[in-house]
Design a protein around this ligand. Structure first.
Ligand code: GLN
Length: 187
């Protein structure tokens, strides 16, 4: 069973994808909900709102960090921001699950949101193209040494992999793309 953080944001579309690939799912609203899960998704939404809710419950934050020590986490957009080492904003929780620095809302406002193809390159296989939505997306501005590049949009890095964890700046799940969920939780 894979959990989806369900404090705010587009958690329901991740539940939909997990159903589509035959993985049981559970909404995660507190630290107890993490027990027994084999993976976790941090969805998109508003990272400041999710952070506000998480800051109220240090045991939940500690629980997620501990979970990341031996179980995979997939983060999309705001989820990637929460997983990053730094987003240079005190209002935002950065759990340092992947050693990346990010710049929030780096493509501009909501009107500058767009859908496009991204390339996914994994394990020396041919790059695969999948569709993704960029909605007030962040940009990755710095990458730690142990972080692999997983997805690119044009020449820009929009997805990374660190060990078993995957994070993307965009939303493949809103385009019904299942590849990253399979890679993270079935691979
Ligand atoms: N702009 C949002 C933030 O900074 C992220 C947007 C999203 O998750 N689609 O939290």
């Amino acid at each position: 069973m894979v959990g989806v953080l369900a404090l705010q944001g587009n958690f329901q579309s991740h539940i939909h994808i997990l159903n589509a690939i035959g993985i049981e799912s559970r909404l995660v609203k507190n630290v107890e909900d993490l027990s027994g899960l084999k993976g976790l998704i941090l969805p998109g939404g508003e990272s400041t709102t999710m952070s506000n809710l998480l800051f109220r419950d240090q045991s939940f934050i500690d629980g997620i960090k501990l979970f990341s020590d031996n179980k995979p986490i997939l983060g999309t957009c705001a989820g990637l921001i929460l997983m990053a080492k730094n987003s240079f904003d005190k209002k935002v929780l950065n759990m340092n699950i992947i050693d990346i620095e990010v710049n929030r809302n780096a493509y501009g406002r909501q009107v500058h949101s767009f859908d496009d193809l991204i390339n996914v390159e994994y394990k020396n296989s041919e790059p695969l193209s999948i569709r993704a939505s960029f909605i007030r997306a962040p940009k990755i501005t710095n990458l730690g040494e142990d972080v692999e590049i997983l997805c690119k949009h044009n020449s820009e890095i929009v997805g990374v992999k660190k060990g078993m964890h995957v994070a993307v700046t965009c939303h493949p799940e809103l385009q019904n793309e299942i590849l990253l969920h399979e890679l993270c939780f079935k691979g």
